[in-house]
Design a protein around this ligand. Structure first.
Ligand code: FAD
Length: 416
């Protein structure tokens, strides 16, 4: 492979492919439709100057592909563990805060155990984490924990956090794959970007690529891929067409709906789940040593709150029932829910006037039990697909980054 690697889509999958291709010594051209890179992982600034990420994204130390990329681009100092003593979780019904270990191994210690966990839960947890013979391998997660206190205290919040799909129908096989990775030694540390996804991930990746001659072109919406014989021959963008040489390769790191538009014959997800994030600016900044904090909530619409020095970001995953709600009442409800949780966690902050609701209607694909695992076969030579929807893992940053690397490997192996 000696030609240019053209990568379309500068989300996590595209950036991962671009870094891997650059490392392999390839000439990389990266194209993005939006004015900035990052895709569903981005820092946004409103007209009022209020800056925050679109979501409250977390990584786990088990996410080796993501951490590998972060190390390679020199951004590792930006990724920190906000709650090394265990995740504080506020139960709104009991009005009580407990600290829960994220590693199942840590539950040997009583004070790290999810509240209400009983001996009878152990075989259920084992069924979730241990590989079984298909079709037993995949089933809705909720019914496995019917009648157990663990359902509300751990399984539902964990499921919507990882799979962004209601627990009543979410896939045990996908969650199980993620759990097995987290159970490996050192795999259960929760990490967040110290200053945000832009400064701690996207910007350093773009800078790293630029230093090595791989430049990003924004405002480049791909309209079509032209074929000659069975090869990708040209990329037709809104602003012009780029002809490909026989040695060039293409990675389309695009969301499933875009792939389906470009190649209707490709089997790609058609159902998606929303995530809503509420962002509240703080009246006064918190001292640097007091942040960041990360607090889980149960028994509320709000599922977790990320506390930064100057704002709070609150997540509602699997938010189909709320996506049509008016922003103001939703913001007021979320503010009322998080106030006691912050107090219980010892976060003393005043919420200011600026607030914003970000609704991502297609935050991830639906990840139901029995749903397909997508492994799209490229319809043309010289072309590969990448994106979080590809492969058997939950649709996350990790899956996106793995798919970017895999796509490069696919086109590298291909004969001209
Ligand atoms: C609110 C929210 C919270 C999340 N929280 C987490 C979390 O805590 N942890 C986690 O691991 N994951 C989380 N995720 C999921 C994670 O963000 C995604 O899995 C990941 O970012 C997907 O990356 P991607 O590159 O596959 O797709 P995308 O990010 O969608 O990237 C695709 C890129 O292609 C561009 N594009 C689209 N069409 C075209 C075209 N025709 N031509 C050129 N470019 C085009 C888009 O603008 C975009 O930049 C969250 C997602 C959301 C929305």
């Amino acid at each position: 492979m000696t030609g240019i690697v053209h990568i379309v889509g500068a989300g996590m999958a595209g950036l991962s492919a671009a870094v891997a291709a650059t490392e392999a010594g390839r000439t990389v051209h990266l194209y993005e439709a939006a004015p900035q890179a990052g895709g569903r992982c981005r820092t946004v600034t409103g007209a009022d100057g209020f800056t925050h990420d679109n979501g409250a994204h977390v990584l786990l130390s088990a996410n080796r592909a993501a951490r590998g990329l972060i190390d390679r681009i020199g951004a590792q100092d930006g990724w920190i563990e906000p709650e090394p003593r265990g995740l504080p979780v506020y139960d709104a019904h009991a009005q009580r805060l407990s600290r829960i270990g994220l590693s199942p191994w840590s539950w040997m210690a009583r004070d790290k155990r999810p509240p209400g966990m009983a001996l009878a839960d152990l075989p259920r947890l084992a069924r979730l984490a241990a590989p079984l013979v298909p079709p037993l391998a995949d089933r809705p997660i909720g019914p496995i924990f019917a009648g157990s206190a663990l359902h509300d205290q751990l399984i539902e919040p964990l499921t919507v956090a990882v799979l962004n799909t209601p627990v009543s129908r979410a896939s045990s096989a996908r969650l199980g794959r993620a759990l097995r990775r987290v159970m490996r030694p050192g795999g259960a540390r929760l990490l967040i970007a110290r200053n945000g996804l832009g400064p701690d991930l996207v910007d350093p990746a773009i800078a790293w690529l630029a230093q090595r001659g791989a430049h990003l072109r924004t405002g480049m919406r791909l309209r079509a891929v032209e074929a000659q014989d069975d090869r990708a021959a040209a990329l037709v963008f809104a602003g012009g067409t780029i002809r490909l040489s026989g040695d060039d390769r293409v990675i389309l790191a695009l969301p499933p709906a875009e792939i389906a538009r470009l190649f209707p014959q490709i089997h790609a997800p058609t159902r998606f789940e929303p995530i809503i994030n509420a962002h509240f600016a703080l009246a006064e900044p918190l001292p640097a040593e007091a942040v960041p904090r990360f607090i889980g909530l149960v028994g509320t619409l709000a599922q977790w709150v990320l506390v930064r020095a100057d704002h709070l970001s609150v997540t509602v995953s699997a938010a189909e029932d709320r996506i049509a709600d008016n922003p103001e009442p939703l913001l007021a409800r979320i503010e009322a829910e998080i106030t006691p949780a912050l107090e219980a966690a010892g976060v003393a902050c005043g919420i200011g006037e600026r607030r914003r609701l970000v609704k991502e209607k297609r935050a991830t694909m639906t990840q139901d039990a029995g749903g397909a695992v997508y492994r799209p076969r490229p319809p043309l030579r010289g072309l590969a697909f990448a994106g979080d929807w590809i492969g058997p893992l939950p649709a996350t940053i990790e899956a996106a980054m793995l798919s970017g690397r895999d796509a490069l490997a696919q086109i590298a192996e291909e004969r001209p």
